[in-house]
Design a protein around this ligand. Sequence first.
Ligand code: UDP
Length: 235
Amino acid sequence: MVSEDVRVYEGRTKILYNTADPDLYRLYFKDEATAFGERRGTIADKGIYNTQISATLFDLLSTAGIPNHYVEKIGDRELLVRRLNMFPFTFVARNVVAGGLAARLGLEEGLQLIEPVLECYYKREELGHPLLNESHLNALGFIPPGRLQTCSILALQTNLLLKNYFAHRRLLLVDFKLEFGWAADDKILLGDEISPDTCRLWDVGTGKKLDKDRFRWDMGGVEEAYREVVARLLD
Ligand code: UDP
């Protein structure tokens, strides 16, 4: 670590450091994992795997012209990223019914959706991350009129790119979370991470879960699942 770098934010799974350049942050990935607000644990080397996976996937998105915060991988557990002012809400893109959607609508996990579903959630853990619709986002001034559509298009394009990329590696992209933010030049960039912490990934042949659900539901084989995803991406 460079000594003058100051910790600007520490979350449960990542730490953000300032750098000498006011436009750049270092994003450090920890091994800690949390689920349902209360389950806490450590997944050995998860930080290393998620750094590698995020770098690979942001690289893919950059090549395809999806604007994002990724600059370069600068260590086993660190990405250099553009500084963003994050939106107060997240997006979730879904291709297959699972998790919260299955629970909310009483649907079977694994049901193939006719088209991708895009949702927004308020980033307020103490409220249980409530679902927001377009009217909420506009009425609360969470995003200027017109920019929501820009983000929705970027989210759907990202979903398509990742879905195809994973499919070539025999992984089904069930759903994933996206976070956008404002860069200094007022551009909207995709930020945060893209990893098995934030995506549901199932083996195409067996349906085996290769993501954080193994930790959430205490299914065992958590490290192996993350390692398997890295191996398939780097193959
Ligand atoms: N997700 C996430 N962070 C959150 C909530 C969800 O990364 O705070 C991801 C999650 O890993 C899954 C997708 O977003 O890939 C959809 O999650 P869902 O709404 O089904 O909620 P969950 O079942 O994770 O509570």
